[in-house]
Design a protein around this ligand. Sequence first.
Ligand SMILES: Nc1ncnc2c1ncn2[C@@H]1O[C@H](COP(=O)(O)OP(=O)(O)OP(=O)(O)O)[C@@H](O)[C@H]1O
Ligand SMILES: [Mg+2]
Length: 221
Amino acid sequence: MPAISLESVTYFYKNAPKPAVSGVTCSFEEGTLYAVIGPSGSGKSTLLSLLAGLDLPTGGDVLLDGVPIRTLDLDRYRRESVSMIFQAFQLFPLLTVTENVAFPLELLGKRSDEAKARARELLESVGIEPDEMRRFPANLSGGQQQRVAIARSLASGAKVILADEPTGNLDVENTRTVMEILKSLASGQDRCVIVVTHDSEVADVADVVYRMTDGVLTRER
Ligand SMILES: Nc1ncnc2c1ncn2[C@@H]1O[C@H](COP(=O)(O)OP(=O)(O)OP(=O)(O)O)[C@@H](O)[C@H]1O
Ligand SMILES: [Mg+2]
């Protein structure tokens, strides 16, 4: 069974003359890295926000393990079932690197010392050094900040990882590192990883590539 799927999903922004997402039916499996490419304004971020449960489709359904998410507790879905990574990292500037990753664990009810210990493990798994863990995010490079954001997205254990232009602010080398990490989350940890990107080299790393055109999703390879 797919981890997450879309069934005839259409989405209209308020007062918009045409849908941003139009009749999309598609399944995303665990253990697979997906790329979604397509021109600016074609609906890629809208599609991700529907998968993330930040908004519900105007028509059709997003299904988690076959269950429409509109029938689930959406707050819980957003906290536990999916996690998001953004182009601008979106780390908390006033928390240390370790605290940034521990925070979602504390929200899930873990004790502070346990949360911090787990945070350090996750940070180590994406190549962040102990000295870097004690800093504030602003005192890391862009590539390091994005790795911290990835570690944070792993904290909840969500099966589905959604990334909107995660390499958009990174140079070639950091782009490669981040994509290797995302690829290993799919192949090594059996997660379902969906990456929106403008970069065809990023898409080359993916197992499956979809293209979004005027709200319509088609499989590219
Ligand atoms: N909050 C909003 N209100 C109204 N229309 C919106 C809103 N956000 C996006 N849109 C419109 O929906 C369409 C799809 O936007 P979306 O952000 O999903 O595109 P995108 O493919 O992610 O583009 P980009 O590559 O530039 O990030 C566009 O026509 C956009 O103008
Ligand atoms: Mg976008």
